[in-house]
Design a protein around this ligand. Structure first.
Ligand SMILES: Nc1nc2c(c(=O)[nH]1)N(C=O)[C@@H](CNc1ccc(C(=O)N[C@@H](CCC(=O)O)C(=O)O)cc1)CN2
Ligand SMILES: Nc1nc2c(ncn2[C@@H]2O[C@H](COP(=O)(O)OP(=O)(O)OP(=O)(O)O)[C@@H](O)[C@H]2O)c(=O)[nH]1
Ligand SMILES: [Mg+2]
Length: 437
């Protein structure tokens, strides 16, 4: 398809569809201010310095009809979001006003902006790199505190700086190896290659290790509640939610199909899934409920395995134990067994619930300190994995091949920042944006 032309004037509504207190129409490109001046009654925007706003009226230049009273924001290149001359018309937030203003801008020669095209221009004009542009998208989509924090870290160029630093280290190393290949008598020792590669590889490994937590911070997590019938799974779901979502009875086998409920733990959006109690059964309905429960556990980010502490310990079902938190339920009753690897919880008294929330949070996001950089974008994970593989190969290879592998690792790192990437990559990134961003 090819990237859209960079210089023509584009326009789009930047505020969400529907009524609002204020609505914004964005315009950007060569001649944007002259174009806007033709529908503006007030201080001529072509004469306004950048970074200013002015109050006036928006008029249809054909009929002189007043469309709205508005504020006009003027940005002059390169001091704008896109790096180009840009303007914002801030109108009353009526869909009728916004549509009409946009239509007049199109009649005056602006063209509709494609999804993400303002941010695409910011990237192409060097206002941000590709990883930052992706963070803009993540930030717009962030619906939880964890997702917002995560996206903002990316926006503030943390990742970009780290990748640039790693690349510089590799470039230095490459220069040494090349010198050694050309003039073996004055070059590096192979041991020095290893010493140069290892810290870079370690840092890449560390970044990749943050990917599961990064993904969860961004997209949230699924937690399955699993255990024998009557273990107290539905009661625990209700206790975590703070309202009676699931049916609870003393009859084993109450929950037959699974049930999902959204909640938030320490800013992370979570879908908790209550499942049918797992036991041997010939009841066809219950049997498929049990199969589903085990399947849901396999697919969950975290499993809570509940065992009733007031009853003899049941035989645990097959579960992904490395992702499972063991919970001894009904801790308010006299215990029939003790096992320190279980967290004691009572849905009835609330005992252990806060500790459970903390452990869930820790298991999902790990112990990574606040402010630490996390990878969450699949494209970044994939590129880092390629760099990791290449550098591991470089560690094993003779010098000339090591140089080749390092070059390929460098290419993978450059892709994260969007240096020398194909239009296809750019297209894939910006396709997910909304119009007006
Ligand atoms: N009304 C409005 N609010 C908004 C945006 C916008 O475009 N319009 N933004 C858009 O997403 C975000 C803010 N991001 C922005 C980033 C850079 C520039 C900008 O004009 N930068 C210039 C000047 C900087 C300065 O004056 O210090 C520059 O980088 O040179 C504007 C907005 C969020 N809020
Ligand atoms: N004393 C006490 N009773 C509990 C507690 N949690 C659950 N119960 C009781 O245990 C019984 C079963 O609770 P449920 O939450 O329905 O158990 P479940 O694991 O969902 O059971 P199924 O849906 O049949 O698999 C009910 O009578 C609850 O009142 C608890 O913390 N303390
Ligand atoms: Mg139940």
């Amino acid at each position: 398809m090819g990237l859209p032309s960079l210089n023509d004037v584009i326009a789009a509504i930047a505020t969400p569809p529907g009524k609002g207190a204020v609505g914004i129409v964005r315009v950007s490109g060569e001649g944007a201010l002259e174009l806007v001046s033709r529908l503006w009654k007030g201080t001529n925007p072509s004469q306004l310095p950048g970074g200013r706003f002015t109050y006036g009226k928006i008029c249809d230049p054909n009929t002189q009809e007043v469309l709205d009273e508005a504020l006009l924001l003027v940005f002059r290149r390169p001091h704008s979001y896109t790096g180009q001359d840009s303007a914002e018309l801030q109108t009353h937030g009526s869909p009728a006003v916004l549509r009409r203003v946009l239509q007049v801008l199109f009649e005056l020669g602006a063209r509709p902006a494609q999804p993400g095209e303002f941010t695409l221009r910011a990237y192409l004009n060097g206002k941000m790199d590709l990883a930052q542009a992706e963070s803009v998208l993540s930030l717009v989509e962030a619906e939880s505190e964890a997702a917002r924090r995560q996206a903002l870290r990316g926006l503030s160029a943390g990742l970009s700086q780290k990748i640039s630093r790693l690349s510089e280290q590799l470039f230095d190393l490459l220069a040494h190896i090349q010198a050694w290949l050309d003039y073996p008598e004055e070059g590096v020792e192979p041991a020095q290659i290893q010493a140069g590669l290892e810290p870079v590889l370690q840092e890449i490994n560390r970044l990749l290790a943050t990917a599961p937590a990064g993904r969860i911070a961004q997209k949230g997590a699924r937690i399955a509640l699993v255990g024998a019938p009557n273990a107290g799974k539905s009661s625990l779901l209700n206790a975590l939610l703070g309202y009676e979502r699931a049916i609870v009875t003393p009859i084993p086998g109450t929950t037959r199909d699974y049930l999902e409920a959204p909640l938030e733990i320490a800013g992370v959006p979570i879908v908790a899934v209550d499942t049918a109690g797992v036991r041997e059964t010939h009841d066809v309905i219950e049997k498929s409920g049990v199969e589903r429960a085990l399947q849901i556990a396999q697919e969950a980010d975290l499993v809570l395995y509940l065992a009733d502490q007031s009853q003899p310990h049941p035989t645990p079902p097959p579960l992904p134990w490395e992702r499972t938190l063991k919970v001894a339920s009904k801790a308010d009753l006299a215990p029939a067994w003790h096992d320190p690897s279980y967290l004691r919880v009572s849905s009835q008294t609330g005992l252990g619930l806060e500790e459970l929330r903390q452990q869930i949070h820790r298991r999902l996001l790990g112990e990574a300190p606040e402010g630490e950089l996390w990878i969450s974008n699949e494209r970044h994970v994939e590129a880092l994995r390629r760099a990791q593989t290449q550098l591991q190969e470089a560690l094993q290879a003779p010098e000339d091949l090591a140089a080749l592998s390092i070059e390929q690792a460098l290419e993978a790192l450059a892709e994260i920042l969007g240096k020398d990437v194909s239009e296809e990559v750019i297209d894939r990134v910006f396709r997910n944006f909304c119009v007006g961003k």
